[in-house]
Design a protein around this ligand. Structure first.
Ligand SMILES: NC(=O)C1=CN([C@@H]2O[C@H](COP(=O)(O)OP(=O)(O)OC[C@H]3O[C@@H](n4cnc5c(N)ncnc54)[C@H](OP(=O)(O)O)[C@@H]3O)[C@@H](O)[C@H]2O)C=CC1
Ligand SMILES: CC(=O)N[C@@H](CCC(=O)OP(=O)(O)O)C(=O)O
Length: 336
């Protein structure tokens, strides 16, 4: 059994991770952590997330950064479900303590100091870790994930977009002079558990945000290798992302070529479900680790739609996929 700690355990993705670890045959929950001065320190996780009652009743403990080397010396796996800046500051200490680190934040996803300055507003202090981190898009980077101790789990919108678009790029089917247009809508849990006016029930409608400026725009381009226009939207529902993508195919691309590109990428991947005769919908993927895909072609125009649960395939279940891949467990262990 691998001793597994969750940092940021009281948050939305942290609680999902705790549920998965508790039902994993090869992981043993070694500790649940929040910030040193957290108001929740000492409370059972199940008192904060009622669905975990009787499943994970361990209390969340304050993380004392100065004690990491000693306290985590016998911990095998650390799941960081913390804000980007927090993960940025903590990852090196856990790696030095000998832990495998799976970071759900954006702190190590793009190997570019400029990117962090421009889109995250901080100067990245760990260029060597940025270079060493493997992007945790589970279906695409399994070989590299097997060989690293630092996985930067892919972002929620990027997972929805890249899963849909990478097969087409890999097969060389997208018109190189065109940009792929991605419109995606997320439920409010994407913004985390902390109270804020923009995600309060009364305020939320359906509206775009972060137009031309969202940090997932460059993350998608960096890992796709093709220019995009990405517009996120916030919807008045709790969880899930639906992404609709408009693609200009190379002139003369056939339906068979498109179909083949997807079959080649995902025929053996249980988490990616290719739908026939129906479109993806959030209701079919919420509370599941799946990502659903469907497409329709008209001449050289292709519309692809993906749907996932932002807290699961967009975060926690993809992190567990990466843990499974890294440690040679069945990819879907604890997930399906
Ligand atoms: N929500 C989503 O859909 C997705 C989220 N992510 C990423 O995953 C990460 C977590 O997101 P989410 O679960 O939504 O966040 P939440 O805001 O819901 O939770 C954050 C957690 O971090 C804890 N925390 C805050 N500061 C520290 C600290 N210094 N040390 C230890 N723990 C700390 C918080 O507890 P306390 O404040 O009490 O200490 C809380 O447990 C983020 O980086 C986010 O970008 C990725 C993909 C999707
Ligand atoms: C609805 C909402 O606010 N969503 C968040 C994205 C979710 C998230 O936490 O982003 P990462 O995947 O990069 O960690 C946002 O737009 O910032």
């Amino acid at each position: 059994m691998l001793k597994t700690a969750i940092v940021g355990a009281s948050g939305y993705t942290g609680a999902e991770l705790a549920g998965y670890v508790s039902r994993h045959s090869h992981l043993q929950l070694a500790g649940l952590y929040v910030s040193e001065n957290s108001l929740d320190a000492g409370k059972p996780l199940s008192s904060l997330h009622g669905k975990l009652r009787g499943v994970v009743d361990l209390p969340v403990q304050p993380l004392v950064v100065a004690d990491i080397a000693q306290q985590f010396a016998d911990v095998d796996v650390v799941l960081l479900a913390t804000a980007h800046e927090v993960s940025h500051d903590l990852a090196a200490s856990f790696l030095q303590a000998g832990c495998q680190v799976f970071d759900l934040s954006g702190a190590f996803r793009v190997n570019s100091a400029e990117f962090y300055q421009q889109f995250y507003g901080f100067t990245h202090q760990f260029p060597e870790l940025l270079a060493q981190a493997v992007y945790g898009l589970a279906e695409w980077n399994a070989e590299q994930i097997k060989q690293t101790d630092l996985v930067a789990v892919a972002g929620c919108y990027p997972t929805a977009a890249l899963t849909a678009l990478k097969p087409l790029v890999e097969a060389g089917l997208i018109d190189s002079a065109s940009k792929v247009v991605i419109n995606a809508t997320s439920g409010v849990s994407g913004a985390g558990r902390k109270a804020s006016l923009t995600t309060s029930f009364y305020e939320v409608s359906l509206a775009p945000y972060g137009v031309f400026t969202h940090r997932h725009h460059p993350e998608i381009e960096a890992h796709l290798g093709h220019p995009v226009i990405f517009t996120p939207h916030l919807g008045n529902f709790k969880r899930g992302i639906l992404a609709t993508m408009n693609i200009c195919l190379k002139a003369g691309t056939t339906e068979q070529q498109v179909n083949q590109a997807y079959q080649q990428a995902y025929a053996d991947q249980n988490i990616v479900r290719i739908l026939e005769g129906q479109w993806p919908a959030i209701s079919k993927v919420e509370h599941t680790p799946f990502i659903d895909l469907a497409w329709q072609q008209q001449g050289d125009d292709l519309i692809v739609v993906s749907a996932e649960d932002n807290l699961l395939k967009g975060a926690a279940s993809q992190a567990i996929q990466c843990v499974n891949i890294r440690n040679g467990f069945a990819v879907t262990e604890a997930l399906i």
